[in-house]
Design a protein around this ligand. Structure first.
Ligand code: ZN
Ligand code: ZN
Ligand code: ZN
Length: 378
C-alpha cells in the first residue's frame, strides 16, 4: 500500500495558499460568533496548514481565533514534524507541551475568559470534554466554518483534483492488463493496487472489484471469487495524489457481448449519469442532481435498483460535503467538486456503476475523468 503511514512524501501548496485559508477561517469564525475554533489532526488540519499529523491521546490542535495570530498546540515530540509542514513558514504561534503540562490551558491562552469555542468534528471527545470544562459557554461544532471552507475548493485544490482524475484514468486505461476471466477478484485487485501507486498515487485508498453477482452489492470490495467470462465487473478505485487530494472513479467492464437486457439497462445508466452531470450548474440544489439521475432510471423501470445516493463531495477526504442526495437543498456553487455515480444493482445477478468526479466551474460542469463511459468490453 505504498509508503507506510508517515506520508512525508505528501506535498503541500505554497505557503500563501494556507495563509489565505487561515485568514478566511478567522473571518468565518468571527461571523459564526465564535472566539476561536480548535482544529484537531486529520484532513481539517491538513487543509489549513498542510500538516499531516496523526495524534490521538496527546493533544495536537490548531487554534484559530476570530482575531489575532493562530496558534498550534502540540506535544513536544510532534514538534519537528509540524515545523517541517507549512506551519514552520506561516508565522503561527507554536506552544509545545510535555507530559504533565495542561495542553488545554495552552490552547485557550490569549483568548477571552469563557471563550465561545467551536471544535472540529474529528476532535476526540477526550479533548473536547476538558476544553468544555474550561469555559462557561457551550462548546459547539466548528463544522459550519470548516465545511464552508473545504466545500469551496480554491484553484490549487481544483488542479490537484484534476491531477488525481488523470492518474486514476490511467489506471482504468490499463484495466485489460489485469482484469480477465479465470483470475480472482483479489488477484485483480492486487494488480490494480500496485498500478494505482505506479500511476502517481500515494496509496490505494479503496479497490472495489465486484464481479457477477458481487457487482450487485455496492459495498462489496473484493473476494476470492473467480471471474467468469460472462460476468459484468464493477471497478471502483481511488486514492490520494500530491498534496493529499483523492481520485475516485468507477467503470464497468465485460468480456463478451452482454445480453440485451443488460445492454439496455446499462444504456439507461449512461443516460442517467449524463443527465445528472448536465444538471450541474451554480444555484441548482444538490438534491436536484440526484433527482436528475434517479428520474431517468425510474422512467425506464430501473428506479428500484438504484439504491444509494448519487454522489459525495471529494477533496482531502474521499467522502465530504456536499452530499448529492435527496433532502439536501444546499445550492451548488462554483468551486465545488463531487462525484456523480448512479448505479443499477440486480440482486444476485449483476450490477453496474458509472462514476466521474465533477468540478463545478463558472463555465459549468467539468468532469475530471474522461475515460469512455460505455460498458467497456475488454
Ligand atoms: Zn505517501
Ligand atoms: Zn467510487
Ligand atoms: Zn465515489
Amino acid at each position: 500500500m505504498g509508503h507506510g503511514d508517515t506520508h512525508t512524501d505528501i506535498s503541500r501548496f505554497d505557503t500563501e495558499v494556507y495563509a489565505d485559508r487561515l485568514r478566511r477561517a478567522a473571518a468565518l469564525t468571527a461571523a459564526a460568533g465564535l472566539d476561536a475554533i480548535v482544529v484537531g489532526t486529520g484532513p481539517d488540519l491538513q487543509y489549513l496548514t498542510g500538516a499531516v499529523a496523526d495524534t490521538f491521546e496527546r493533544l495536537t490542535a490548531l487554534v484559530v481565533p476570530a482575531t489575532g495570530t493562530p496558534a498550534v498546540v502540540t506535544a513536544r515530540l510532534e514538534l519537528a514534524s509540524l515545523r517541517a509542514s507549512a506551519i514552520g513558514d506561516l508565522g503561527l504561534t507554536v506552544r509545545d507541551w510535555v507530559d504533565g503540562d495542561d495542553p488545554y490551558a495552552l490552547a485557550l491562552q490569549g483568548l477571552p475568559d469563557d471563550p465561545a469555542l467551536g471544535v472540529s468534528d474529528a476532535l476526540p471527545a477526550l479533548h473536547v470534554i476538558p476544553l468544555a470544562q474550561r469555559t462557561a459557554q457551550p462548546v459547539t461544532l466548528a463544522t459550519p466554518v470548516l465545511r464552508e471552507l473545504r466545500m469551496l475548493k480554491d484553484p490549487a485544490e481544483l488542479d490537484a483534483l484534476r491531477t488525481a482524475g488523470a492518474a486514476i484514468d490511467r489506471v482504468h486505461a490499463r484495466m485489460g492488463e489485469w482484469l480477465r476471466p479465470g483470475r480472482t477478484e483479489a488477484q485483480v485487485a492486487a494488480d490494480i493496487t500496485a498500478a494505482i501507486v505506479a500511476e502517481g498515487h500515494h496509496r490505494a485508498e479503496f479497490v472495489i472489484v465486484g464481479s457477477g453477482p458481487n457487482g450487485a452489492d455496492p459495498h462489496h470490495e473484493q473476494s476470492d471469487r473467480v471471474i467468469q467470462r460472462d460476468d459484468i465487473v464493477v471497478i471502483d478505485i481511488g486514492g490520494p495524489v500530491g498534496a493529499g487530494y483523492n481520485s475516485d472513479c468507477t467503470r464497468t467492464y465485460c468480456f463478451t457481448a452482454p445480453p440485451a437486457d443488460i445492454a439496455e439497462a446499462y444504456a439507461v445508466l449512461e443516460r442517467a449519469q449524463a443527465a445528472a452531470v448536465a444538471a450541474v450548474r451554480p444555484g441548482a440544489t444538490a438534491q436536484s442532481i440526484d433527482a436528475a439521475a434517479r428520474n431517468v432510471l425510474a422512467e425506464a423501470g430501473l428506479g428500484e435498483y438504484f439504491i444509494h445516493r448519487t454522489g459525495h463531495g471529494i477533496g482531502l477526504s474521499v467522502h465530504e460535503e456536499p452530499y448529492i442526495v435527496a433532502g439536501n437543498t444546499d445550492r451548488l456553487r462554483s468551486g465545488m467538486a463531487f462525484s456523480v455515480e448512479p448505479g443499477v444493482y440486480l440482486p444476485g445477478r449483476w450490477g453496474a456503476r458509472l462514476e466521474d468526479i465533477v468540478i463545478l466551474t463558472d463555465e459549468g460542469p467539468e468532469p475530471v475523468n474522461t475515460r469512455p463511459r460505455t460498458l467497456t468490453r475488454l
